[in-house]
Write a protein that binds this ligand. Structure first.
Ligand SMILES: *Cc1c(COP(=O)(O)O)cnc(C)c1O
Length: 363
């Protein structure tokens, strides 16, 4: 019997068990090198092999075209809020943002420090309970780029499809839904994601970008904050987060073994439907966002019209039953189940069983 619990934390989050087992097996002696990946020089042939394998795995899983670079950076998704405008802003051409929650708010704050920012749409007036509808979005055809957050981790909304920005590059923060479904990378100028939600441990930030966009950066951009530096040096300008890169490679192997991103998406959809179906079954639980915009990754719900006492009780009893991390984000309250790629259907089934029993006792 495993002593592992079901971890519904928003991030750092659950990892696939086979990945952890393989990392454990290779921990002290990676493929007869006599050392751990953690102990290796980032300039060694062994590590260069790991880096190349991880990049290959990502290119295969995401279908990344050849004119796109794959970069492994640090500073989290949060540093990308600064790095993207520092590199991609064209003076006089404001950056368009689709404002859909706390993470786009942070992006806007950083954009404003180095560039002009314009809102192409915002659902702030509705407390981010839904995404902008197509007829509410007004793009500026002259924008430097458009910033979008594909999955709003805190509010629990997710773009089912991406708006057409014409010739303007689309920059997506995919921190909390990267590789949860197939995405046409060629439709994006740049995609970034902190690894710690869907593809690995904290400490690595993945950037996938059309290489030519890196040429926009002014010469005065600090070396480490320039995409061109990392493209030129294949993410080895300085010491990269080596162990995290290795772990992402193992996650890519796992995705392939599971049948690729298409199979992952099917499973994510089944998990989300099971959970939302339970929320909608009676009036005891209520989903907090409009149905068409519901996230398949972060499922936000309330109990009996926001009964905070019951919600507290729910989180506490769930924790005792081996279901951890269900408390909503401190800024929005309520409950949130994060059901990323690595959360097995069995985990969601266990949660749903717990929810029904909790309702029976407290409804
Ligand atoms: C978690 C998260 C971030 C912040 O990531 P860090 O790696 O902690 O900087 C940014 N955007 C989204 C959508 C997130 O979910």
């Amino acid at each position: 019997m495993s002593d592992r619990i079901f971890n519904f934390s928003a991030g750092p989050a659950v990892m696939p068990e086979p990945v952890l087992e393989r990392a454990r097996d290779e921990m002290l002696n990676f493929q007869d090198s006599g050392m751990s990946v953690m102990e290796m020089s980032h300039r060694s042939p062994e590590f260069e092999g790991i880096l190349a394998r991880t990049e290959r795995g990502l290119r295969q899983a995401m279908g990344i075209p050849d004119d796109y670079a794959v970069l492994f950076l640090q500073g989290g998704a949060s540093l990308q809020f600064s790095m993207v405008p520092m590199n991609l802003y064209l003076p006089g051409r404001p950056i368009d943002v689709l404002h859909t929650g706390a993470w786009t708010e942070k992006a806007i704050e950083e954009i404003k420090k180095v560039a002009e920012c314009r809102l192409a749409a915002s659902t702030e007036a509705e407390k981010f309970r839904r995404l902008p509808r197509p007829d509410e979005i007004e793009f500026n055809p002259d924008a430097s780029y458009v910033h979008i957050c594909s999955n709003n981790t805190i509010f629990g909304t997710q773009w089912r499809s991406f708006p057409d920005t014409g010739g303007v590059p689309l920059v997506a923060d995919m921190s909390s839904d990267i590789l949860s479904r197939p995405v046409d990378v060629s439709k994006f100028g740049l995609i970034f994601a902190g690894a710690q939600k869907n593809i690995g441990p904290a400490g690595v930030t993945l950037v996938v970008m059309r290489k030519e966009l890196a040429e926009r950066a002014p010469a005065s951009t600090p070396t480490m904050l320039k995409y061109a530096t990392h493209i030129k040096n294949n993410s080895l300008y300085n010491t990269p987060p080596t162990f995290g890169i290795y772990m992402i490679g193992l996650v890519m192997d796992w995705i392939e073994a599971e049948g690729g991103v298409v199979a992952i998406e099917e499973r994510n959809e089944a998990k989300a439907k099971l959970l939302y179906g339970t929320i909608d079954a009676t009036g005891f639980y209520t989903g907090t966002v409009e149905k068409q915009d519901r996230s398949y990754m972060n499922v936000n719900f309330r109990i009996q019209g926001s009964n905070e006492e019951l919600e507290k009780k729910f989180a506490k009893e769930a924790e005792a039953a081996g279901l951890s991390g269900l408390k909503g984000h401190r800024s929005v309250g309520g409950l949130r189940a994060s059901i990323y790629n690595a959360m097995p259907l069995e985990g969601v089934q266990t949660l749903v069983d717990f929810m029904r029993e909790f309702e029976r006792k407290n409804g």
